[in-house]
Write a protein of this length. Sequence first.
Length: 227
Amino acid sequence: MLKLVQSERLILIGLLVLSAIPCIGGIFRLIELSTALEFLPENSRIVSVPVPAVFHIISAVIYSILGAFQFLPSIRRNYPKWHRSAGRVLVGAGIVSAGTGLWMTHNYPIPDNLQGMLLYAVRIFVGLSMSAYILLGLSSVLKKRIAQHQVWMIRAYALGLGAGTQVLIAIPWLLTVGEPSGIARDILMTAAWIINVVVGEWVISIKKNDYQPCLSRVQLETQSFQS
Ligand code: HEM
């Protein structure tokens, strides 16, 4: 039976709630595509070319939900095989999610009020960065550089969770100003990714401070061994 400490429970709930928002929307979109039911505002791009969107939604759901469990120290410590197997699935899911996101950004005829030049450029940058971070995280773990592996995977996951933060920060705008559109929408979507990057770097800096005392102890022991 998996036992999580209080801080891990909070991390897990926070990540799952943030992931759930776009995932639920995505699952409704999949139901719409496979039945005659209608829940969401129409997206003619997805209706006419559904394959990339279907792959995008399925991979993004796997990446954000399963990914949340990878950051729990108890799981990494007590179930290392699970962490490794889930990690392999997540590398694939993350690359497919970012790759299909890039494809849709460039090839879907997204109207200017839903994606201006700013959002286009940011999505291309985010999709490429997320893929690069996942591959760097994979390469680090294969070289047994665990601290580096964690840093790259935190960065990749922070970008992936941008979709959840986008919904969260769009809600107050929707309630006060109305449906975000045009440059305001581009800026809101970009701001969400910036927030996630800042939070990700903050988490990384906390982890670095955690490593520091261990590092200096090892250095001290090495020094005393040498003298
Ligand atoms: C892993 C986190 C992500 C989740 C959970 C997610 C979720 C979704 C969902 C549910 C949709 C369907 C929207 C609809 O039904 O209208 C969608 C569409 C889309 N996503 Fe993502 N996404 C993620 C990452 C990304 C990334 C990194 C990019 C950019 C490279 C991206 C670019 C797009 C684009 C361009 C569309 C189509 C938008 C449109 O047609 O207006 N997504 N995403």
